[in-house]
Write a protein that binds this ligand. Structure first.
Ligand code: GLN
Length: 228
């Protein structure tokens, strides 16, 4: 029988944590859409393969597990390429340069260098590069599922500072004039899209899509659309 055959829609399933504006966040007319730079990038990658993008929103800490369990095809989550993560997944070419920033109340004058961060009570997002870096600098680190919760903790006066990626930090600060962020001397980080190690074909397609987007100007257009 022909029933069920033929026009089956093919999906590219992307895993993300939509708490990381402007890369991924919840919004749109209905207030329940996942939007952002990474989502637009992933949509184009899906389109280049003749597929429809399907977004799975989950905890940041669960993304690599979901990828390796085959629950998602790709992770697009402002995820920094690190040697530790490269041991379990493959990354696309880097698509964005970021850095950690220190968020404190504007009244704080005691944190002005990476050295000043040592031993401070730091709030971070669980499993993030900020989390890893904070634990190298202090024994007093509290990790939350989202950067938003880490910033709430700071606003409530429960921690000295938050260590978070520069772009989402700037987005959060725009709504919190009592807070400031400082780019101390932290190393640059590079975001990559992640795929399972058994999927080199998809990795090749992703890199080809990024190359094309960089050549035809649509990558820059996406940056202009989403970055401040
Ligand atoms: N870039 C950071 C990391 O990879 C944070 C990413 C995020 O919170 N979505 O750990």
């Amino acid at each position: 029988t022909l029933t069920g055959c033929g026009s089956k829609e093919e999906y590219l399933v992307v895993g993300t944590n939509a708490e990381f504006p402007p890369f991924e966040y919840i919004g749109g007319a209905t207030g329940d859409e996942v939007l952002g730079f990474d989502i637009d990038l992933a949509k184009q990658i899906a389109a280049d393969q003749g597929k429809t993008l399907k977004v799975e929103n989950m905890k940041f800490d669960s993304l690599i597990v979901a990828l390796n369990a085959g629950k998602v095809d790709m992770v697009a989550a402002g995820m920094t390429i690190t040697p530790e993560r490269k041991a379990s997944v493959d990354f696309s070419q880097p698509y964005y340069e970021a850095t950690q920033v220190v968020i404190t109340p504007v009244t704080n004058v005691s944190i002005n260098s990476v050295d000043d961060v040592k031993g401070k009570h730091i709030a971070v997002q669980l499993g993030s590069t900020g989390d890893i870096m904070a634990k190298e600098l202090s024994d007093n680190v509290t990790a939350f599922n989202t950067g938003f919760e880490a910033i709430m903790e700071l606003k409530n006066g429960k921690v000295d500072m938050v260590l978070f990626d520069s772009e989402p930090a700037a987005k959060h600060l725009a709504k919190n004039p009592q807070l400031k962020m400082q780019k101390l001397n932290f190393d640059a980080e590079y975001y990559g899209l992640a795929v399972a190690k058994n999927n080199p074909e998809l990795l090749k397609q992703i890199n080809a899509s990024i190359d094309t987007m960089k050549q035809n100007g649509s990558f820059d257009a996406l940056l202009a659309k989403h970055m401040q």
